[in-house]
Design a binder for this molecule. Structure first.
Ligand code: NAI
Ligand code: MG
Length: 356
């Protein structure tokens, strides 16, 4: 029996709804496969913890998480706590503390989903966005001077290091190589931002030499939004900075039908620390507690987690079950359906048990 220790952090809003759905599906997979076990411990960190204790997680939170094989994360964000507090109090310390420098975001149009683009069906949009996840525009550098005075200054400094850019570029080229089309698009803004972004372009060209079998091209981020919308078939693997990829992957999620299906993995490729798996979406206060949150993103990221844990068969089985359910039109309201979180979850559980 193989066993994997998973730390679940459902956190805020619809986080607990989609993570409990995901844990139910993981339990069904373990039952179906019979030779794998998931030892899950759930942590009640997030905005409730903040309201009670003034911090989003305990001071020894990272030390606790370090002993797990993977982290399964919901979402942070609450109407009454500032977003920079929730984000910098829980999600970013985990990503940065565990040096999860590769943020991997697959996007595909699942069967049964009508995407917003005309003439774009399943198979026409199949991307993986690789987001640099440890530095760039989200490195936390900067500050404010003369606070509250008319001459107040705020700076937000983007940090790009040769080590950081080289390692994400290697990861992206390697991922592109592992996919059938072996095609990578490197996104920057090296016309207007002439230091760090030009360095990105130079390092991309250097790393490309190590991957002669991968075809690659460059795009400016603004033009990239146009290409994603008008020529989705021309793209496969995409690499971009922390900020650019954050924005592009929300667009990608929308083009695939809903943010409610978009997953993401925060990976430490060197496996020194546990990696973290989460839906891309946030805590969605507008639908919290209504039982209609789409659990597909949390299922898909669970499939990414299974891949990372060395359980490709379980991952593939889970993806087939998800596609069977979306293909059968069992969809939550964000995808135009009438199914509840529970309906979708039970249908995926049934598909896991009934498929061979
Ligand atoms: P959001 O992703 O929470 O919601 C955007 C829209 O998408 C809402 O209309 C929501 O109902 C819908 N939506 C999102 N996930 C859905 C799902 N699974 N099923 C059905 N519909 C879904 O983004 P928003 O509203 O900008 O932010 C809300 C809070 O979440 C904020 O506090 C924000 O800071 C936080 N946030 C946290 C993230 C994280 O923990 N990784 C990521 C994005 C936002
Ligand atoms: Mg985002």
């Amino acid at each position: 029996m193989r066993s994997h220790a998973i730390a679940a952090i459902p956190a805020d809003g619809i986080g607990p709804e989609v993570i409990s759905a995901g844990l139910r599906v993981l339990a069904a997979l373990a039952q179906r496969l019979g030779d794998v076990r998931f030892d899950v411990e759930t942590f009640g960190w997030g905005s409730d913890h903040y309201r009670k204790h003034g911090v989003m997680m305990p001071a020894d939170g990272l030390a606790t998480l370090k002993t797990f094989d993977a982290i399964y994360f919901g979402a942070v964000g609450a109407p009454d706590v500032p977003d920079h507090v929730t984000l910098w109090g829980l999600r970013l310390p985990i990503c940065q503390g565990f040096d999860q420098y590769a943020n991997v975001r697959p996007t595909r149009i699942l069967p049964g989903i009508t995407p917003p683009l005309r003439h774009c069906g399943p198979g026409d949009l199949d991307w993986v966005i690789v987001r640099e996840n440890s530095e760039g525009e989200y490195s936390g550098h900067g500050g404010r001077a003369h606070k509250g005075l008319p001459e107040e200054v705020g700076t937000e400094v983007a940090i790009f290091t040769r080590v950081g850019v080289t390692r994400i570029m290697r990861y992206a080229f390697g991922l592109a190589r592992s996919r059938p089309r072996k095609l990578l698009t490197v996104v920057t803004k090296s016309n207007a931002q002439r230091h760090g972004m030009v360095m990105w372009d130079e390092i991309a060209a250097e790393v490309a030499q190590e991957f002669p079998d991968v075809a690659w091209d460059k795009m400016l981020v603004d033009a990239m939004t146009v290409r994603m919308t008008l020529k989705p078939r021309s793209l496969d693997t995409i690499v971009a900075t922390n900020l650019h990829a954050d924005i592009l992957s929300d667009l990608a999620g929308a083009l695939a039908g809903s943010l409610g299906v978009a997953p993401t993995a925060n990976i430490d490729p060197q496996r020194r620390f546990p990696s973290m798996f989460e839906p891309i979406h946030g805590s969605a206060f507008d639908i919290t507690g209504k039982g209609i949150a789409n659990p597909v993103a949390s299922f898909w990221t669970a499939a990414q987690m299974l891949e990372h844990l060395g359980e490709p068969e379980a991952a593939a089985r889970l993806m087939r079950a998800i596609e069977r359910v979306t293909g059968a039109g069992i969809l939550t309201p964000d995808l135009g359906g009438t199914a509840t979180t529970r309906d979708v979850t039970e249908a995926v559980v049934d598909a896991i048990h009934s498929s061979n």
